[in-house]
Design a protein around this ligand. Structure first.
Ligand code: ADP
Length: 248
């Protein structure tokens, strides 16, 4: 795989906190258009890895390339956010006192909280894009509901929709199904698979039923590096993976 074909390329990245190696010589490649699931026990370094990609944390050593040649370690969090990398944290942060549609409008405006920016794109194009996102995120019927009245799962979908409104090439999604019902979890797998048709997606997730439903390549992190990588069946049958999950 040439670097030019990669969307995200972590090359021998390390990061210590007070002498403790949270990320240890981690190399990881996400191809353009790929969806990848990242698993691993608590403390494996998953959050720190996402923090490094988004510029929230600067690695001690190693490089992180986006689209082959942009070295993200040379950019700060605010500038990385404008490069086409969107992150969804575990806890939804929608605007509870706005409707679903207005939340998407605000996200589309790009300047959360400032309405006048809406008129940049033209009202019709904007309405179309919002309708598309409502469809994708299963919220068309809830478009006029207050965000506060959504179920937990629907709030997560709305937040995914708000990410989509920013039109990122790469979505980083942190434990999207935590706290969801089984039905919402299944729907989330379908929804992310649809999004992955024209985006690259990295999903950090503990729920193995969900990871199975995603049906994508899995990377298992442990002690800050890649312990195993491949299909979920192959990874979960790997004795080293079994040991780190059982040996805790
Ligand atoms: P995961 O998301 O896989 O559970 P994390 O990336 O959150 O793992 O954490 C990896 C290790 O790094 C943990 O041992 C954690 O305590 C440590 N760590 C993460 N962030 C910090 C920090 N800001 N200061 C000190 N230690 C940290």
């Amino acid at each position: 795989l040439k670097r030019g074909d990669t969307l995200l390329y972590l090359d021998k990245v390390s990061k210590s906190f007070d002498g403790f190696k949270a990320i240890n010589d981690l190399s990881l490649v996400i191809a353009k258009g790929e969806m990848r699931a990242i698993i691993g026990p608590n403390g494996a370094g998953k959050t720190t890895m996402m923090d490094i990609v988004t510029g929230k944390t600067r690695p001690d050593t190693g490089d992180v390339y986006f689209r082959g040649d942009v070295d993200l370690t040379r950019h700060d969090e605010a500038s990385i956010a404008t490069m086409g990398i969107g992150r969804k944290f575990q806890k939804p942060t929608v605007f509870e006192n706005h409707t679903v549609r207005d939340n998407l409008k605000l996200a589309l405006a790009g300047t959360r909280g400032v309405f006048p920016a809406l008129f940049h794109r033209g009202v019709k194009a904007e309405r179309q894009r919002i309708d598309e996102i409502l469809e994708t995120t299963r919220l068309t019927d809830r478009r006029n509901a207050g965000a506060a009245d959504l179920s937990h799962g629907q709030k997560q979908w709305l937040e995914i929709g708000m990410l989509l409104a920013q039109d990122p090439e790469l979505l980083l999604v942190d434990e999207p199904v935590a706290g969801m019902t089984d039905a919402e979890t299944e729907e989330t797998a379908r929804l992310l698979k649809e999004i992955a048709r024209d985006h690259s997606v990295v999903v950090v997730e503990h729920d193995m039923h969900f990871v199975r439903a995603l049906d994508v390549k899995v990377t298992c992190l442990h002690e800050g590096h890649v312990l195993a990588e491949g299909s979920l069946d192959a990874v979960s049958a790997d004795p080293r993976v079994v040991e780190v999950y059982l040996g805790r």
